[in-house]
Design a protein around this ligand. Structure first.
Ligand SMILES: Cc1cc2nc3c(=O)[nH]c(=O)nc-3n(C[C@H](O)[C@H](O)[C@H](O)COP(=O)(O)OP(=O)(O)OC[C@H]3O[C@@H](n4cnc5c(N)ncnc54)[C@H](O)[C@@H]3O)c2cc1C
Length: 500
C-alpha cells in the first residue's frame, strides 16, 4: 500500500523547482488560513510554515502539492472519506513530531496522527488541521539476549515476526501480516496466541511519547503509569503521539499446528453448536474461531453458505499440539464437515499470510464488531440466511473465542466478553456501494441486540456518538476522559470520531 518513492532522492534542479513551488504554496496556504487577509497574521503564518518546512527531516505537504491527495488518501480501505486536513506532515523523527505539535499549538490547529492507515474508517483523516503521518518511521531493532524489540510506529506485524523469528523469538502481532503496530498496539491489540500472551499491549515494556504540550516522555509501569495505562487501549482517542515502542518478545513456539473443518450450509447449526461447546473447555493454548461466508467455488453445489471451524495451537511439541486439539478432532460433530485439515503443521508467516488473504487491501470495506456472552446459537440464529444473500462473496462473519484474562484492569483495553464477533463486508466495485451498505447495516443490526460492547480497533466509529464509549467499561471510559482533560486540556489532538 505504502511505498517510499516520494522520499527517493531528487536532482538539484528538481529540488530547486520544488523549493520555489513550496514558497508559493506556503504563501497561498497562509493567505487561505488568515481570518483577515492582508494582515500580519498572513506574514506570521508564512514565517512559521517556512520554519516548520525548513526544520523537518521529513516533508510538509500543502493542499496544492502534487503529492497531497495521494498522501491524504493513504488507507487500507478504498472507501475513503472526503475529510481533508489543511496540511500533512510526513514525519521522519521524534524531532519532526515535536516541531509539528509546536506549529499546531501556535496556530491553534488540531492534530490527527496516522501510523500506517489501517484503521478501516480512516480515523486519522479529519476535516481541517494537521495530519501527522508517521509512515516513514519504520526502524526496528531486536535485543536477542534481552528478548526485547524496539520499534518505530509504522513497523508491520510481518516485519517484526520475521526479525524476531531469526532469533527464535516472536511477538503477538495482529492476524494479518500488513497491520502496522502503531495503531494496533494503542488499540490494545488482539494478536497471535491471545489467550496465553494476553492482549498485545500488555506485552509493551515502555513507550516514547510526545505530549500535547511538547514534553517528551518514556512511559512505563514505573514512569507516568497513568499515561502508560491509557496508551494501551485508548486507540483512536489517544491524546499524545507514540514515537517508539519497547516490546517484550516471547520464545517462538516449536510447533504451530492447525485443525480446520468446513461445514456445508445444511450443517451450520452443528458447527455453531460445536464452537459454543468447545469455546471454554478447550485449552487456552488453542485459539478457536468460526467463520460464516459464501462457499468457495469448489463447494458451490447446493450450498448457500459455509461455516469453517478453525483451531490453532502454539506449543512446544507436535505431541502437545495433538493433545490440545484433540477435543475438536475427536468430536463426532466434525463428521458433518465436507473437508478438513487435521493437525496440520504451519508457521507464523504462513498462518498470517492465509489470514491476510481473507481481508486483502485495495478493497472497499465496512467492518463492525460486538463483544457478547450470548450463546452462539441464539446470537447467530438469523445470520447464515443473511450471509447466503450477501451481495459480495468476500463478505464474512467471524467469531473469535476468548478465555477472559484475570488481570484485565492492567491496561485501558476493555476485554468485555467471551466472544468477539465481526461483520466484515468487503467488495471491490464502486457501483455496488449502496447494495453492500444496506446489506451491512442489516448484518450489523442482527448482532447489535446481543452486544455487551465493541472493540475500539475495528468498530464503526462514524456510526453513533457513543460508539467509542461502548468500547470500554464505564470505569475505564471515565478514567480515559479525565486523563485526556489533564494531558490535552486544549484539545490539540482530535478526539474519537463523532466525540466532540
Ligand atoms: C486487514 C486488517 C487486519 C486486522 N487485524 C487485527 C487483529 O488481528 N487484531 C487487532 O487487534 N486489530 C486488527 N486490525 C485493526 C488494527 O488494529 C487497526 O486498523 C489499527 O488502527 C492499525 O494501526 P495503524 O497504525 O494502521 O492505524 P492508523 O489508521 O494509522 O491510525 C488509527 C488511529 O490510531 C491513532 N494512532 C495511530 N498511531 C498513533 C501513534 N503513533 N500515536 C498516537 N496515535 C496514533 C490515531 O488516533 C489514529 O486515528 C486489523 C485491521 C486490518 C485492516
Amino acid at each position: 500500500m505504502y511505498d517510499d518513492r516520494d522520499s527517493a532522492s531528487i536532482s538539484r534542479r528538481e529540488f530547486l523547482g520544488y523549493f520555489a513551488a513550496s514558497a508559493a504554496l506556503i504563501a497561498h496556504t497562509a493567505a487561505t488560513w488568515a481570518a483577515e487577509p492582508g494582515t500580519g497574521e498572513v506574514t506570521s503564518t508564512v514565517h512559521s510554515l517556512h520554519a516548520l518546512n525548513d526544520g523537518l527531516e521529513g516533508d510538509l505537504l500543502l493542499p496544492a502539492d502534487d503529492r497531497f491527495e495521494a498522501m491524504r488518501s493513504v488507507s487500507w480501505n478504498r472507501l475513503i472519506p472526503e475529510r481533508r486536513p489543511d496540511v500533512i506532515v510526513m514525519a521522519k523523527s521524534q524531532g519532526d513530531v515535536v516541531s509539528t505539535l509546536r506549529f499546531a499549538r501556535e496556530h491553534q490547529r488540531q492534530v490527527a496522527v496516522r501510523g500506517g492507515g489501517h484503521n478501516w474508517c480512516a480515523s486519522a483523516l479529519r476535516q481541517g488541521g494537521v495530519l501527522l503521518d508517521l509512515s516513514h518511521m519504520r526502524s526496528l531493532t531486536i535485543d536477542a539476549a534481552g528478548a526485547t524489540a524496539t520499534i518505530e510506529p509504522a513497523v508491520r506485524g510481518a516485519e517484526l515476526i520475521e526479525a524476531a523469528g531469526g532469533h527464535g523469538l516472536m511477538f503477538p502481532v495482529a492476524h494479518c501480516p500488513t497491520v502496522p503496530l502503531s495503531g494496533y498496539l494503542l488499540n490494545g491489540g488482539n494478536g497471535l496466541n491471545y489467550n496465553r500472551l494476553g492482549n498485545a499491549a500488555s506485552n509493551i515494556i515502555s513507550i516514547d511519547l510526545v505530549l500535547a504540550d511538547g514534553r517528551q516522555l518514556t512511559v512505563s509501569s514505573e514512569a507516568h503509569p497513568d499515561l502508560f495505562w491509557a496508551a494501551r487501549g485508548a486507540g483512536p482517542g489517544f491524546f499524545a503521539v507514540a514515537t517508539r515502542y519497547h516490546l517484550k518478545l516471547h520464545a517462538l513456539p516449536k510447533s504451530v499446528t492447525m485443525s480446520s473443518y468446513v461445514f456445508p450450509g445444511s450443517a451450520t447449526e452443528i458447527a455453531i453448536d460445536l464452537v459454543e461447546s468447545l469455546s471454554t473447555s478447550m485449552s487456552p493454548d488453542v485459539c478457536l474461531s468460526l467463520t460464516i461466508s459464501a462457499p468457495p467455488p469448489e463447494l458451490t453445489s447446493g450450498n448457500d453458505t459455509v461455516a469453517v471451524v478453525s483451531a490453532i495451537t502454539y506449543s512446544d511439541s507436535v505431541a502437545d499440539a495433538e493433545v490440545a486439539l484433540k477435543p475438536l478432532n475427536a468430536d463426532p460433530r466434525v463428521n458433518h464437515a465436507v473437508s478438513s485439515l487435521v493437525n496440520a503443521p504451519t508457521d507464523l508467516e504462513s498462518f498470517l499470510g492465509a489470514l491476510g488473504a481473507t481481508l486483502p487491501g485495495g478493497h472497499r470495506a465496512l467492518i463492525d464488531n460486538i463483544w457478547s456472552n450470548v450463546p452462539l446459537g441464539t446470537m447467530l440464529a438469523e445470520c447464515p440466511a443473511h450471509y447466503a444473500n450477501a451481495p459480495s462473496p468476500k463478505s464474512h462473519l467471524v467469531v473469535i473465542c476468548f478465555h477472559l484474562p484475570s488481570n484485565s484492569n492492567a491496561t485501558s483495553y476493555s476485554w468485555l466478553g467471551r466472544y468477539l464477533v465481526y461483520n466484515n463486508t468487503v467488495w471491490t466495485d464502486e457501483t455496488e456501494d449502496e447494495s453492500n451498505r444496506s446489506w451491512h447495516s442489516k448484518a450489523t443490526s442482527l448482532l447489535d441486540s446481543h452486544k455487551i460492547g465493541r472493540y475500539v480497533g475495528e468498530t464503526d466509529l462514524t456510526k453513533e456518538a457513543d460508539v467509542a464509549q461502548q468500547c470500554y467499561t464505564q470505569q475505564t471510559w471515565t478514567r480515559l476522559r479525565a486523563l485526556r482533560a489533564t494531558y490535552d486540556p486544549t484539545g490539540l489532538f482530535h478526539d474519537y470520531l463523532r466525540v466532540t
